[in-house]
Structures are given as structure tokens and as C-alpha cells.
Design a protein around this ligand. Sequence first.
Ligand SMILES: C[S@@+](CC[C@H](N)C(=O)[O-])C[C@H]1O[C@@H](n2cnc3c(N)ncnc32)[C@H](O)[C@@H]1O
Length: 268
Amino acid sequence: MKLELKAPENERAGLHVPDEVSNLNIPFNGTICSPDGDEYHVKNNVVDLLGKEPEFTSIAQSTNHWKLTAAIYEDIWRKRSLSLLSGEEFPIEKEHELLIEWTAPKANGLYLDIGCSTALYGRALKAAQKEADIVALDFSLQMLEEARLKAEADETDLYFVRADARQMPFFSKTFDGLVMGGTMNELTEPLKVLYESRRVIKDNGVFFNMHLIKSDAWYGRLLQESVSIGGIKFWTKEESNKLFHQAGFRVEDQLVKGIVCFTKLSPA
Ligand SMILES: C[S@@+](CC[C@H](N)C(=O)[O-])C[C@H]1O[C@@H](n2cnc3c(N)ncnc32)[C@H](O)[C@@H]1O
């Protein structure tokens, strides 16, 4: 597959990413070059379109750029988090089942994991459909490096791109599907990211979104208000649906377990 990125410096220029970049058995280091001569580094298979640390606007955002957070995030927190947050036994396998059922990744399809952290969703998509291509995007280099290690250990080939989801480096209608797990709560400008998601998805594409909603219980709300100081946002289901509609998506299906909300979206 040929992955074509949109060069950050020139909206109309394409950046061709060689296929070998997604082959994680072989470390790929080098540069990719836009037709204008702008160069972007590829370090250990991670295409870096940012080249520097982004500006942090919250504590939640800055902790995602610590090596320690990246190292413990998936095994210590993420794999157990939904059981804790949904108030029932919700193993990661069950989440993956829903992800695959709603996304139904197709052979030769192209999928994007937005704010991938360690690319749990991206790896699950690839495991379910070996003939699909998956791009995992995050602006934390530390998370992408950890994601690369995990994907290599799983023998899963993914494309890793470091970029800001508020300005996605892709041309319009590029993806057959988008997946976003827990990221919406941490975004500084969620609507901007949803608008970008709407731009890069194909008209018949599917968008799987998991996010946390406001708790009904007073103690849950109290806890959510305290973490919101750190930059985590919560909405009611109705408020989130309003955001999805505003960005041009239609809610096709929705499943709420405790404060965990899974939504299947399609372009309206
Ligand atoms: C809660 S974690 C996502 C977890 C992951 N999707 C999963 O299912 O395990 C949020 C991630 O989004 C990334 N992120 C936040 N804002 C971003 C932005 N504007 N552009 C790219 N990545 C962003 C953070 O670096 C972090 O890795």
C-alpha cells in the first residue's frame, strides 16, 4: 500500500511514505521529502511531522509525554480500566469484539487510530484483518515509541505518524474507518479533532469512538470535577451526541456501560 500524507508546510503537496516504514521487523531511519524539498524525519519507523514537543495546555496532556506513562499505560491501566469505569467485568477482549463488530475492517481498507497511545485499537484492527492498513497517530513520541515496541512484539505492521490530530496530515476522504479510544476526553479542542475526522473519512466510512461520559452519581461527578482540573473533559451522552452531529456525523449505534460510552458513527 502507498501511504500518502499531506505535507504540513504545503496543503497540496503529498508526502509519499515507503511501504517499508510499516515493516517493523526492520528499523527504518531516514527522511521523507515533499515536492517542495521539505524534509521530515522517520526515526525507528515513526514518521515525525511535528519535530518538536507540542505545547501542553493541561496536566493530562503533559503526562502522556513521559516515558514512564507510556511504559505502564497499557498493561497497568488500560487493560483494566473499562472494568473499573463501567462498574462491571469488561475485559479488553470484550472491547475488541465490539470494536471489530462495529468497524468490520475490510481487506485493502485503510484505518486510522486517532490519539493511539500504545495503539491498542490499531493492533486489534490489524489482527482482525491482516489485509487492511492501519495508521496510528499521536503527538506523543514516547507513546508512539512504546506502541512500536508492542506492535513489533505482536508481529503487527502498522504505520506510526506523529502529528497533531487538530491538523491531520491526510487528504480528504482518505480513510475507510477511524477509531478513537478514550482520546476525546483528553483533547484540548475536541470539536476541531471531530471536524478533521469528518474531513479525512470516506463518505461510506465508519467511526468507532469510545469516551467517558458524565457520571450520574454525585460522588462520580465530584471525582470527575476534580480530574477536570487536570484537563480531562466529560459530557453527558446527549452533549457528546450534539458534538458528533455538529461535526457532521450520524450516530448509528451506541452502548453505555457505567460512564463508558461506545459510539458507532457514520458521516451524515
Ligand atoms: C487516553 S489516551 C488514548 C488511548 C488509546 N486511544 C487507547 O485506546 O488506549 C489519549 C492520547 O491522545 C493523545 N493526544 C491528545 N491530544 C492529541 C492531539 N491533539 N493530537 C494527537 N494526539 C493527541 C495523547 O498523547 C494520548 O496518547
